[in-house]
Ligand binder design. Structure first.
Ligand SMILES: N[C@@H](CCC(=O)N[C@@H](CS)C(=O)NCC(=O)O)C(=O)O
Length: 285
């Protein structure tokens, strides 16, 4: 069926661009001949109509391609929980991709990888030994940034594109969290730096009415930040008995909204203890 439509489109294009017989027939049968004063006028009108026709033909073709993509189950290699290789682990980059798949309702199959004993099949598809990796058209693709970009391109509906002005909101929170978590010197201002980043997010959410970074709709920036905030809350709560300051009410509501979403429920680490176990080596280093 796709081929037939393509063939028809091709035929129309050939007819419209190459022959001059076609415009003449067009004029004779579809339009009143007196409407055109010259052949040029007629041809220009005819080209416009043909372009509209081609767009109309291409649109169902594009839609069909996306629908076909939607039915295919994507394979994704993700981190397994430490000490429980049959459970989903604590990789925020993997969860970001899983969240994108869930929000776009793309069927997927997770392949759990024990990162402390990487199997050969995994090293074959991910030479750097990192998760997540996703199989697109028989090719394994690494890096959550690249994967999320490809998912947006292949599955444009619903769009999760973050407006460029908001794309970097909250982007320094993760590194500030790691610095504070690893810090052994209470006076080194890593806590202050983290609070400043969280405050900036709080002000952004307040100014833009939320509940999400770009307003009413969840976008890629939220799906990237959600797992990182979950790690922040879990690891700092455990290792430093620290929590997000009470007065940052917009951040608190934002976290609540994100963590209670079905997509988050379906993709979060199997238990908080795996998040804690994941950060323990960094804290104790
Ligand atoms: N920039 C990469 C980072 C991925 C990454 O660092 N993944 C970690 C797990 S969270 C990993 O695979 N580490 C390899 C290892 O622990 O051996 C991305 O965004 O996908």
């Amino acid at each position: 069926m796709d081929c037939l439509l393509l063939f028809t489109a091709f035929l129309l294009l050939m007819l419209s661009c190459i022959t001059i017989v076609w415009p003449i027939i067009w004029n004779m049968f579809f339009f009143c001949p007196s409407r055109y004063n010259s052949m040029e006028e007629l041809r220009s009108d005819h080209l416009k109509i043909t372009a509209i026709l081609l767009c109309a033909l291409a649109s169902p073709l594009r839609k069909r391609k996306h629908e076909k993509n939607k039915k295919m189950t994507l394979e994704i290699a993700v981190k397994a929980a430490a000490g429980a290789p049959e459970l989903l682990g604590d990789c925020p980059f993997c969860q970001r991709v899983l969240l994108t798949l869930e929000e776009k309702k793309v069927p997927y199959k997770s392949l759990l990888v024990n990162l402390s004993d990487k199997p050969q099949w995994f090293l074959d598809i991910s030479p750097e030994g990192k998760v997540p990796v996703v199989k697109f058209d028989d090719k394994w693709v690494a890096d959550s940034d690249v994967i999320v970009g490809m998912l947006e391109e292949k599955y444009p509906e619903p769009s999760l594109v973050t407006p460029p002005d908001f794309a970097s909101v909250g982007s320094k929170i993760f590194i500030s969290f790691i610095n504070f978590l690893k810090s052994k010197d209470p006076s080194d201002e890593t806590e202050k730096a983290l609070v400043e980043q969280l405050k900036a997010l709080d002000e952004h959410l307040k100014a833009n009415q939320g509940p999400f970074i770009a307003g009413e709709k969840i976008t890629a920036a939220d799906l990237s930040l959600a797992p990182k905030l979950y790690h922040l809350e879990t690891a700092l709560g455990h290792f430093k008995k620290w929590s997000v300051p009470e007065d940052l009410t917009h951040v608190h509501n934002y976290m609540k909204t994100l963590f209670s979403r079905q997509s988050f429920e379906n993709t979060k680490p199997a238990a908080k203890e795996y998040v804690i176990a994941g950060w323990a080596p960094k804290v104790n280093a």
